[in-house]
Design a protein around this ligand. Structure first.
Ligand SMILES: C[S@@+](CC[C@H](N)C(=O)[O-])C[C@H]1O[C@@H](n2cnc3c(N)ncnc32)[C@H](O)[C@@H]1O
Length: 170
């Protein structure tokens, strides 16, 4: 019997399941809150909007988004959190039980498990540089975003994170 090599998404799933089990999901809030708050102001979120949090981790930013879009004349805003780590998704669901307007879905940026032309805005915090095929991830984002949708990708370059540095040379 031959073992097949794991796909890039399976590798990421394992890596981030381990992070989640070590409690890193919640700790990331401390590291990423500052830049996320600045971005939330730029996003100009309105009640009733539909927002995707791509690479949502344990869901702390998803919950901030959900509060900002909750109720409005256009109806009840909805936030969808997507992550390749099923353990992160499990933790995010557990921590978000009191929210009616959040849905967490296990899936990859390489094939976003959602319908086209749906989201008014997308937030992705410290996740994009992990994606094996970033052009495909962008194509997927444009597929699920509504016409005139807006996309906010947050990235820090960490000296000790080779994923984050892969663009520097190019
Ligand atoms: C550094 S963490 C950031 C999590 C969260 N956005 C935060 O700021 O706390 C990166 C996240 O991206 C997710 N991720 C990595 N590759 C992914 C992919 N291909 N599709 C979806 N999520 C992915 C990981 O599972 C992980 O939860």
């Amino acid at each position: 019997m031959t073992d097949t090599a794991p796909t890039p998404d399976q590798k990421l799933q394992r890596e981030f399941n381990r992070w989640a089990e070590e409690g890193q999901g919640e700790k990331m809030e401390r590291h990423h809150l500052n830049i996320t708050e600045k971005t939330l102001r730029l996003m100009d979120l309105r009640p009733g909007e539909r927002v995707l949090d791509l690479g949502c981790g344990s869901g702390w930013a998803t919950r901030l988004l959900a509060r900002l879009v909750a109720e409005g004349p256009e109806g009840f805003g909805q936030v969808v959190g997507v992550d390749v780590s099923d353990e992160m998704i499990r933790q995010a669901r557990t921590a978000s039980k009191e929210f009616d307007n959040i849905l967490y879905v296990w899936g990859s940026a390489q094939q976003i498990p959602w319908e086209e032309n749906f989201f008014d805005k997308v937030l992705s915090v410290e996740s994009f540089y992990y994606y094996a095929d970033q052009e495909r991830a962008l194509a997927e984002l444009f597929r699920v975003m509504a016409p005139r949708g807006r996309l906010f990708i947050l990235i820090n370059l960490y000296k000790d994170n080779p994923y984050s540095l892969q663009w520097v040379e190019s």
